[in-house]
Design a protein around this ligand. Structure first.
Ligand code: RIB
Ligand code: CA
Length: 335
């Protein structure tokens, strides 16, 4: 059976690292390449972290990494926007306002380098050269690279099979009272992608927080014994530590979501999410309090636009855990 061909667009990042590791186990997808973007960290760190994951998984000769956009399209241009505090400014000595994921993943340094060609150019060339409708993108960070490719090559969106993106939130938000981090970081890029006409599935925080993995489950994954399984378990434990500091409920449950890994799982097994809406969804780009919010129109018969996405509102936690565990076990047996 032929495996789905995918490109992963990432801002690695701990949960991106888990998704990448699972994809590189090779059981279920053909990973054509990985593009990196500013997001959880500045671009050079998301790229370095991505290369570290590729190297650690022993895929340096097979999986090429293309470095992409260093800044969001618009959101950091205004000195008064909250986003302008996030990407690390280019000038040496400028203070960093905050960083989400620590700098480097707990993985050895790597000699791997990104490809000379930039991510956006590579995306356009790859998609335009491929059979139409044969490649899907799993987008796990801010949508800057994808939106830029769409603007630069007007038929880019129509040549894709689909985009599955981790981002947005209906009842659950994290970057602001109204918005999820990936969408909030580059709201204009997200709106370009949402209105592109491409088949689109959105895996928001509402779904990923129904698929939290606990510390004892991380121990069970570690017991699989492979270096990939131990790494995934370490990342989960680290995330539980991080979430515990800011969320008393997660601290009590000793569990954490693995947002990006659920989006990869969805591409392969849509049954891992529940309560899906065929929805009209826009991103608030008005610059006010809801800047970066995914606005899902629930007015049923009153909506005049055709749905532009599938929006997941829940997830089957057990299904997701068994999928991860099964993939890691299968790869461990084969190695
Ligand atoms: O809000 C969660 C998302 O933001 C994840 O993709 C995480 O890696 C960060 O990019
Ligand atoms: Ca991410």
């Amino acid at each position: 059976m032929t495996k789905p061909k995918i490109i992963m667009d990432v801002d690695t990042g701990t949960d991106d690292a888990v998704a990448l590791t699972l994809a590189m186990l090779g059981g279920e997808v053909e990973l054509l390449g990985v593009t990196t973007v500013n997001g959880n960290l500045e671009l050079k760190l998301t790229t370095d972290n991505t290369l570290r994951v590729v190297d650690y998984c022993g895929k340096g000769d097979q999986v090429k990494v293309y470095s992409g956009c260093e800044y969001p399209l618009v959101s950091t241009l205004s000195p008064t926007s909250a986003q302008s505090l996030h990407p690390i400014p280019k000038r040496e000595g400028t203070k960093v306002a905050f960083a989400m994921h620590g700098d480097h993943l707990p993985l050895p340094e790597t000699n791997l380098k990104p490809q000379a060609k930039g991510a956006v150019l590579w995306l356009i060339e790859t998609i335009m050269a491929a059979e139409p409708g044969s490649i899907s993108i799993v987008a796990l960070g801010p949508l800057t690279n994808i939106a830029t490719a769409m603007r630069a090559e007007p038929s880019f969106a129509s040549r894709l099979k689909e985009i599955v993106l981790m981002g947005g939130g209906d009842r659950v938000c994290n970057a602001s009272p109204a918005a999820e981090f990936n969408i909030w970081t580059d709201p204009e890029a997200a709106e370009i992608v949402l209105q592109s006409g491409c088949k689109l599935s959105i895996i928001p925080l509402d779904a990923t927080h129904e698929a939290e993995i606990s510390a004892s489950e991380a121990d069970e994954l570690a017991a699989i014994g492979s270096k990939e399984a131990r790494f995934v378990a370490d990342v989960i434990r680290g995330r539980i530590g991080g979430y515990s500091l800011r969320d008393p409920d997660l601290a009590a449950r000793q569990a954490a979501p693995l947002h990006d890994a659920l989006a990869l799982c969805y591409l392969l097994h849509p049954e891992c999410v529940s309560k899906k809406l065929e929805a009209v969804c826009h991103v608030d780009i008005s610059g006010g309090r809801a800047y970066g919010r995914t606005v899902v129109d629930r007015r049923a018969n009153l909506v005049s636009e055709a749905p532009n996405c599938t929006f997941a509102l829940g997830a089957d936690r057990e299904w997701f855990l068994q999928w991860m565990s099964g993939l890691l076990k299968q790869a461990a047996l084969g190695s």
